[in-house]
Design a protein around this ligand. Structure first.
Ligand SMILES: Cc1cc2nc3c(=O)[nH]c(=O)nc-3n(C[C@H](O)[C@H](O)[C@H](O)COP(=O)(O)OP(=O)(O)OC[C@H]3O[C@@H](n4cnc5c(N)ncnc54)[C@H](O)[C@@H]3O)c2cc1C
Length: 233
């Protein structure tokens, strides 16, 4: 983790970047833990159980629509995620040969038909690379859900209008996030069900990393305080 990015640290917040990628933070925290990756879970039921086998505790830390697909309807926890609306985003990243804009961390774009936020990725990472990452409105993401690359042209046109970026980018990438953020926030930081199945993630508060972190941390404390054998039944 590298501290950088503020020209005036006395008055502004300190910003951080992860040169090895954000997943490097999780890898570091997981040092010494026995973690099995690459296992796609298909069914979570009361007991709790995972894919038919017993588990001490189960935490589904993911958007509600993903958790809903996994949860056995017999689990009382299923009701917690049923029918909750999440909104999509197409994230468009674009890189240029050189900068035509002054560095900025990120900017919300209010009441715009195409964009909700634009981030200066070079400024965020601290290497000054001429790369912008833009998020579309939910309406534009729905329109291009079957072909996210179709969102690139309207996003570039909007960046031209907003930032005066006239050159064609050297490369672009478009990625659809079908469940990017919950339409409505919740007022609890996690759910720990009587069936031993727990829910956490940024759906349990405002949709950002800080919420996901806080949700998972508070749930972990609740689980370890009670101990799996003392989960509510
Ligand atoms: C495009 C985009 C950009 C963002 N940028 C920022 C930002 O700059 N700053 C910020 O604070 N927040 C940002 N956010 C929000 C941030 O990404 C989320 O708050 C955070 O990722 C939520 O973490 P989570 O653990 O709740 O869920 P997720 O990150 O969605 O993790 C859920 C995990 O569950 C796994 N999973 C799902 N189903 C299964 C299954 N059946 N078996 C096994 N694994 C499964 C998924 O593969 C995934 O890894 C951004 C979100 C989006 C969509």
């Amino acid at each position: 983790m590298v501290e950088h990015g503020r020209r005036d640290r006395a008055s502004g917040p300190v910003r951080y970047s992860a040169p090895g990628g954000l997943s490097s933070l999780v890898t570091d925290l997981a040092t010494g833990l026995a973690v099995a990756c690459g296992h796609e879970v298909r069914r979570v039921g009361p007991g709790p159980s995972v894919d038919g086998g017993p588990a001490d505790a189960v935490v589904l830390a993911m958007p509600d629509p993903q958790a809903a697909r996994l949860l056995d309807p017999a689990s009382p926890t299923a009701a917690q995620v049923a029918g909750r609306e999440w909104t999509p985003v197409v994230a468009v990243a674009a890189g240029w040969a050189g900068r035509e804009w002054a560095p900025f961390p990120a900017a919300f774009v209010n009441d715009h038909p195409v964009l909700t936020i634009v981030a200066d990725d070079g400024d965020r990472r601290g290497d000054g690379a001429p790369v912008l990452v833009a998020h579309t409105t939910a309406a534009l993401a729905r329109k291009h859900a079957a072909d996210p690359a179709g969102a690139v042209a309207p996003v570039l046109a909007a960046l031209r209008d907003l930032l005066g970026v006239t050159a064609a980018p050297a490369w672009t990438v478009a990625h659809l996030w079908p469940a990017a953020s919950p339409a409505q926030p919740r007022d609890r930081p996690f759910h720990l069900g009587a069936d031993g199945v727990a829910l956490a993630g940024d759906g349990w508060g405002s949709p950002r990393i800080e919420t996901a972190w806080r949700s998972g941390t508070l749930l972990a404390r609740a689980l370890t305080r009670s101990g799996p054998e003392q989960l509510p039944s």
